[in-house]
Ligand binder design. Structure first.
Ligand code: G3H
Length: 250
């Protein structure tokens, strides 16, 4: 039985003055009655603040990226062990913004998944096609390629300690959401692709949807059989909106 998970990806947003009230509201709202697991991923520099606001609560926290290296001369990078040290449970890996804006390749993403798991962090591996790829009808090939790059390195059993997020790039921050049927089709495809290697891993695997999920479309998306929660960008910056999504998932 898969327990739904909703993760807020704050991206490069927030300041201390507004973070604390947002975290407090999310914590209170979740503890007042949300059945889904909930986590937030603020920017690195606010992780310690998130840890202090959420310690002992029902809300977990995580990072948006990590280095594939353990330690050393890598100016500006953040090691997996540092995230663990700050109590992170999750780390987003291979978000499309990292892939397209910072040149992260399938191979680097696989290394980061390995590094995350090595530090006992649960990687949230993002996959998804661009608008051009969807129009060329190669969504399935793109998503399978992105998944296989990781599966070939970690093996299917290690996927039991990971979460997948399907995020069609054309739906991110655009207000253009995939229909529940479009999203379900790709989620089903991801689960069957994993099931071809291990049906038990596939059955337990959490597959989140991300891309313009809001309070008013969450119920339809999150009620699809292979959509196990959401990776929420813009709407996670507003406590009321985010909590509405969390309730829809639970
Ligand atoms: O990580 C989150 C996704 O990129 C979705 O962002 P969005 O909800 O602002 O479209």
């Amino acid at each position: 039985m898969r327990k739904p998970l909703v993760v807020g990806n704050w991206k490069m947003n927030g300041l201390r003055a507004t973070n604390r009230p947002l975290l407090d509201s999310v914590r209170e709202g979740v503890e007042a009655g949300v059945a889904a697991e909930v986590a937030v991923c603020p920017p690195f520099v606010y992780l310690a603040d998130a840890a202090s606001a959420l310690q002992g609560s029902a809300v977990s926290w995580g990072a948006q990226n990590l280095s594939q290296h353990e330690a050393g001369a890598y100016t500006g990078e953040v090691a997996p062990s540092m995230l663990r040290d700050l109590g992170c449970r999750f780390v987003i890996v291979g978000h499309s913004e990292r892939r397209t804006l910072y040149g992260e390749t399938d191979s680097l993403v696989a290394e980061k998944v390995i590094a995350a798991q090595g530090a006992e962090l649960t990687p949230i591996l993002c996959v998804g096609e661009s608008l051009e790829e969807r129009e060329q009808d190669v969504t399935e090939q793109v998503v399978k390629r992105q998944l296989d790059a990781v599966l070939e390195r970690i093996g299917v059993s290690a996927l039991s300690k990971a979460v997948i997020a399907y995020e069609p790039i054309w739906a991110i921050g655009t207000g253009r959401t995939a229909t529940p049927e479009q999203a379900q089709e790709v989620h089903g495809l991801i689960r069957s692709h994993v099931a071809a290697q291990s049906s038990s891993v596939a059955e337990e695997l959490l597959i989140l949807y991300g891309g313009s999920v809001k309070g008013n479309n969450a119920t339809q998306l999150l009620s699809m059989p292979d959509i196990d929660g959401g990776l929420i960008g813009g709407a996670s910056l507003n406590a009321e909106e985010f909590l509405t999504i969390c309730q829809a998932a639970g």
